[in-house]
Design a binder for this molecule. Structure first.
Ligand code: BTN
Length: 320
């Protein structure tokens, strides 16, 4: 109902619409309309109320509210079911709980801040309130578990595309899924999976995008290695626009992968890669070695040419 009210107010962009007219169009009582207006105001929408003229939407809050995401994202599945939080430990933890409880494919968990944001290799993820996009998506792909790493590459390509179209910023992808700008980290992706031997139950794709923080907002140890879109472009970036662009790119690439495979994703990943052609240091579970990153293979593994031949890297830390 609140989405429908917002839709009507938006249609009258900036003009008043009477409570009576809203009640008539939505077939509810004027008291119900009034109650929903109070709730919307509590969420941060600036709504002017005039005794004779009715209601007018003056300003939408800078929050990633479900009604805003639903109305902006032209997606069929991704982000239709949304779980929104102002604070949470980690959106990946919440998405995992929802997935095990049967959440539908495309379920989105988004929070304005995370208290215990998680990164790869048991690291933390700095997730301050309203300055970035901290989200997780539940996927239930028909792929085999071996294909799961390619979903991470797919997410990296989707975000890189979205940042390009919304901010006109060209970023690079460091294998497997760090998105960098001039060597500094802009986006991190944490993919987690629950699977049987031959089928995936669910994949959680968690994304952290540094959007509007200034350098001084980062803790001192992150300042030399992290950046944000506002720092790069010199102006604030609409988190809502970027989030909806990410969802749309992700859905398009995911649908293409489900129907035609990952060739398009792998080729586009190669185009954005800042790893290929570089000498890299690999820290694996039991060993450390260096070599030339020559390509990724059809599994999304990094192929590294070393003195003893080509090594196929499926997991681990890669430094340039
Ligand atoms: C990394 O580069 O180490 C991955 C960072 C992933 C961070 C995101 S923020 C949203 C989601 N929830 C988490 O706890 N982590 C991911």
């Amino acid at each position: 109902m609140r989405s429908s009210i917002l839709h009507l107010l938006r249609q009258h962009s900036g003009d008043y619409l009477s409570g009576e007219e809203i009640a008539r169009q939505l077939a509810v009582s004027r008291t119900a309309v009034w109650k929903h207006m109070q709730e919307l105001k509590q969420e941060g929408y600036a709504i002017d109320a005039h005794s004779r003229r009715g209601y007018r939407l003056r300003q939408v809050p800078d929050l990633l509210l479900p009604a805003e995401i639903r109305s902006a994202a032209r997606t069929r599945r991704l982000g239709r079911e949304i779980h929104y939080f102002t604070h949470i430990d980690s959106t990946n933890n919440e998405a995992k709980k929802l997935a095990f409880a049967g959440a539908a494919e495309g379920t989105l968990v988004v929070s304005e801040a995370q208290n215990s944001g998680r990164g790869r290799l048991s690291r933390g993820w700095f997730s301050p309130e309203q300055l970035g996009i901290w989200l997780s998506v539940v996927l239930r792909p028909p792929f085999s578990p071996q294909d799961a790493p390619k979903c991470t590459l797919l997410a990296a390509v989707a975000i890189t595309r979205a940042i390009g179209s919304v901010c006109q910023v060209t970023c690079g992808i460091k294998w497997p899924n760090d998105i960098l700008y001039e060597g500094r980290k802009l986006v991190g992706i944490l993919t987690e999976m629950s699977a049987e031997m031959d089928a995936i139950n669910h994949i959680i794709i968690g994304m952290g995008i540094n959007v509007n923080m200034r350098s001084s907002d980062f803790p001192p140890d992150l300042r030399p290695i992290a950046t944000s879109l506002a720092e790069i472009t010199g102006q604030p970036v609409s988190r809502l626009k970027l989030l909806t662009a990410v969802l749309m790119e992700l859905e398009e690439l995911y649908q293409a992968a489900v129907t035609c495979g990952f060739t398009e994703v792998l080729n586009e990943w190669r185009k954005y890669s800042v790893t290929l052609g570089q000498t890299v240091d690999i820290t694996g579970i039991n060993r450390q070695y260096s070599g030339l990153a020559v390509d990724i293979d059809e599994d999304g593994a990094l192929l590294v040419e070393t003195a003893t031949g080509i090594q196929k890297v499926l997991a681990g830390d890669v430094s340039l």
